[in-house]
Design a protein around this ligand. Sequence first.
Ligand code: BGC
Length: 767
Amino acid sequence: MTTNAQPQLRADNIDEVLKAMTLEEKAKLLVGGANNFFSANAVVGGEATLVAGAAGTSPEIARLGIPATVLTDGPAGVRIDPTRKGTDKTYYATAFPIGSCLASTWNTDLVSKVGEAIGNETKEYRCDVILGPGMNLHRNPLCGRNFEYYSEDPLLTGKIAAAYINGVQSQGAGVSAKHFAVNSQETDRTSVDERISQRAAREIYLRGFEIAVRESNPWTIMASYNKINGEFSMGNHDLLTKILRDDWGYQGIVMTDWIGIREGLPTIREVQAGNDLMEPGQPAQVEEIIKGVKDGKLPIADVDRNVRRMLEYIVKTPSFHKYPASNAPDFKAHAAITRQSAAEGIVLLKNNGTLPWKGYVKTVALFGENSYDFLSGGTGSGCVHPPYVIDMLEGLKNAGIQSSPTLTDIYRKYIDYARVKFQAERHPAKWYQNEYFGQQKYPEFGLSPIAIGKEVQTADAAIITIGRQAGEGVDRDIDTEFNLIPEERALIVDVCNAFHQSGKPVIVIINSGSVIETASWSGYPDAILCAWQPGMEGGNSIADLLTGKVNPSGKLTMTWPLAATDHPSTKNFPGALDDYTFQMMVGNNAPIPGHAYTNHEEDIYVGYRYFDTFNRDVAYPFGYGLSYTTFEFSKPSCRVDGRGTTVNITVTVKNTGNLAGKEVAQVYVQAPKGRLEKPVQELKAFAKTRELKPGESQTLTMAVPVRNLASFDEANSQWLTEAGTYTFRIGSSSRDIQATASVTLKEYTEKTTNALAPKAKLNLMKQ
Ligand code: BGC
């Protein structure tokens, strides 16, 4: 019902509603509410309890029919409180595979299905937006949140994110692509200044977001906490307006990351920069906006522009449409999706022929505490509270494989003890060390060779699960988190020695959100599966692969280095300073590298762009992953279309082995020598086959727009694809190129702006 005095919001009367809003209402709409977790902060509005445990809300203005909307973490499923006061009903949500695992499927159709299921749960739990996908790059293996993110490569990140976003949004729920941008470390994430070249920013760190914006139009984007070249992302006009909206044509809203108030960053600057929603807001911010307009410091046109965008967002939401949330998603259907997507995202790193087990393994000795306390996801806002987690024990049992009762008893007792001890000893300031923020990891303990020897007698094979936990707010430590601890090393060596003496195989399962050291021990076991943190059906997904029910087709989305220090960024990563130097700098009040600022000296040489260009050995290359069958790639054909804007690549993939399986064609492009320095090759397209039977072939066609071959030419503030011959190298990892084809291209340029210029000259790595 619309009256002139009080129009009620509809999709077609946004102008009218905007006109009817008072300045106070406009200011209020730009400042979001918090959930009960953040209620220690002064919370705006009374919407906080709409959905217990959801991260935030956008404010309601009842007079004009503007409903509150609910924002929930994200990204591996809906993160709300699983129980509520005054009811026995539970609100568990499906824990889907973490970002690294999803991306390792290289299967955009499958990721879309996961997105659809997550969108459905978002809506069914009365939420409007899932705070994901996490799209920051794996700049360094030590970042605590790598598990939420997809890859070290921007194209893969953008394509997987677009698939996830299209899936979620097809359900009428929204996403928040985060954290925009250059948020690849957790240490001092709310204040650190990321000092980076325009080229690395545009070409590496922003590229994934650009692809997602262009290919999936996310309803919302979350600005990151950090600064980029001296300016907070949340108040960065270059980032939020010049690049995001003017260059890429983004139409949705931008919100802050949580507890958005940053020292030295006035809210009015955020509004002007193009940040539409302060999350979670504080009353002082509403006042600041009102005063800013009254004092003439904040143009009302900027406020109106952001309010209009908010209204355009709100009319799309389930809350606006009064969607009747069931609070009862279809767990059975979603369990099947998580099981399948995890099985496709798990990567077979080594196999000496022992896998798949075709019935000859009936009893397994299960080692490693995470076999019994399997990590389905990471910690922090990215954790999900699932109704159950299938661990290794249960997964094997479901596949008809028995495990040792002695080991089960030993490990279960240890886990019970460790849980109590850990909680008692936990430091109160370490908020993430709490089950509410995800499963905790307890240290592995030593098991005597005698105990191991006994297991050899009854088991046909051994499995050792090596677990790692990490998450929001803390980066990883090299010695105890990237590397194995002595107890883990001893376990691998002792179990392998004992089982191999009896001719029995040993499989290592890596249950970690991110990369660990493997080179020093990978020679011992017969097979290694990187299972990531594969969601609540993890044990079933792994059993599907062990038994050959599913043929592995996951491929790494990041390089596994020999040592963490092999990454050039490690040198500038927090924690790399020795204690003495650190103390000296603190004492001097000097800004501490890695903390006050992070120098991106490696520039565009992130991940394989570094390792392949500088010819460094790695443990497992980008794109790597084994199968139980073999494939062959035909000679590809590469053709430039009539307008010269797209290169079309066609290649036929044939299953040349004895088992059905899927393969990924990865297209790396080598550019001609030109004015701009280029990595030796860059991923520019990929496609995954359907399941091919032995002897079966599939022809894949991929399109690479010529603009996607461009590098950012800082001197001229433009994208530049230089003229010359480009080689399209097709293979099954960045180091396993099997066929090539070339095309000659004319120069292509696209003018942009001088946005995000560094404040001082940077010292950058060169070839
Ligand atoms: C995290 C975001 C998250 C938000 C809400 C922040 O601390 O960085 O990723 O969505 O909290 O929980």
